[in-house]
Design a protein around this ligand. Structure first.
Ligand code: ADP
Ligand code: MG
Length: 223
C-alpha cells in the first residue's frame, strides 16, 4: 500500500545515492594509485610498503565496484557463469565483515559444477543477503558453511548453514514477506529480494531451521 510504496521509493533513492557516492570514490582512488606507482618507480627506501598500499587500493576498488553493482538496481543480464566463482567472490567480499564478527565463512565445493545461466550480480545479491543474515544471527560469532553441490537432475545446489539460534516455527511462513523483520533496525526486505531473484532464475529457495542448532538456506538453480 501507500506506506510500502513510500518505503520502497526511499530505498531506491538511498541506493542511487550510495551508488553515486561509490562512483565519486573511484576518481580519487585512481589518482592515489597513480601516485603510489610513481613513487615506486623512484627507487624508494621501502618499496614493500608501497606494494601493500597498491594491494589495499585494489581492494577498496573491488569493494566499491561490487557495492555499486548491488546498490543500483540493474536490469537482468543473464549469461553462463560458474557459481563457484560467484560464491568465492562474495566470500572474499564478506570476509572482513565476518572477521569483525568473529565469524568464519567456509566455502565447500563438493562436485564439479557446470556453468549455469544466471544474472551474476543478482545472484551475488542473494548470497550477500543470506550471509548477512547468518552473520547477524551469530552475535557471538561462529561458523558459516556454504556448500555447492550437483543434484542428480543437473541442478546446482547452494546451501548456507549458520550456527545461530534458529528461527521460531511460527515465523517460518513469514520469511520473505515484505517488511517482516525481528531486528530492531532490520528492513525485512533481504529475503523478499532473494526469493524474487531466485524465482526469476526459475530456481527454488527454502529455509530450514532447528532451534538452538542453526539455520540453512537451500537454493536450487536449474542447469
Ligand atoms: P532483515 O535481515 O532486515 O530482518 P530479512 O528479510 O533478511 O530482513 O530477514 C527477515 C527475518 O528472518 C529476520 O529479521 C530474522 O528474524 C529471520 N532470519 C533470516 N535469516 C535468519 C538466520 N540465518 N537465522 C535466524 N533468523 C533469520
Ligand atoms: Mg537481512
Amino acid at each position: 500500500t501507500e506506506e510500502m510504496l513510500r518505503r520502497s521509493d526511499k530505498l531506491s533513492a538511498l541506493g542511487q545515492m550510495a551508488a553515486g557516492i561509490a562512483h565519486e570514490i573511484r576518481n580519487p582512488l585512481t589518482s592515489l594509485k597513480g601516485f603510489v606507482q610513481l613513487m615506486k618507480a623512484q627507487k624508494p627506501d621501502r618499496p614493500e610498503y608501497l606494494d601493500i598500499m597498491l594491494t589495499e587500493l585494489d581492494r577498496i576498488n573491488f569493494i566499491v565496484s561490487e557495492f555499486m553493482k548491488i546498490a543500483k538496481p540493474q536490469p537482468t543480464d543473464f549469461s553462463f557463469k560458474h557459481v563457484g566463482t560467484i560464491a568465492a567472490d562474495i566470500v572474499s567480499l564478506m570476509q572482513s565483515q565476518a572477521i569483525l564478527h568473529k565469524t568464519q565463512i567456509t566455502l565447500n565445493i563438493k562436485d564439479e559444477l557446470p556453468p549455469i545461466l544466471c544474472d551474476e550480480n543478482h545472484l551475488k545479491q542473494v548470497l550477500l543477503n543470506v550471509l548477512k543474515n547468518a552473520i547477524e544471527a551469530m552475535p557471538q560469532g561462529g561458523e558459516i558453511v556454504i556448500e555447492l553441490s550437483l543434484e542428480p537432475g543437473g541442478q546446482v545446489k547452494i546451501s548456507i548453514t549458520d550456527q545461530g539460534p534458529g528461527i521460531p516455527e511460527k515465523y517460518l511462513s513469514k520469511l520473505g514477506d515484505p517488511f517482516f523483520t525481528t531486528k530492531e533496525s532490520g528492513t525485512g526486505l533481504g529475503l523478499m529480494v532473494c526469493y524474487q531473484i531466485i524465482e526469476a532464475h526459475k530456481g527454488t529457495m527454502h529455509i530450514t531451521s532447528k532451534q538452538g542448532v542453526g539455520t540453512t538456506v537451500h537454493i536450487c538453480l536449474p542447469a
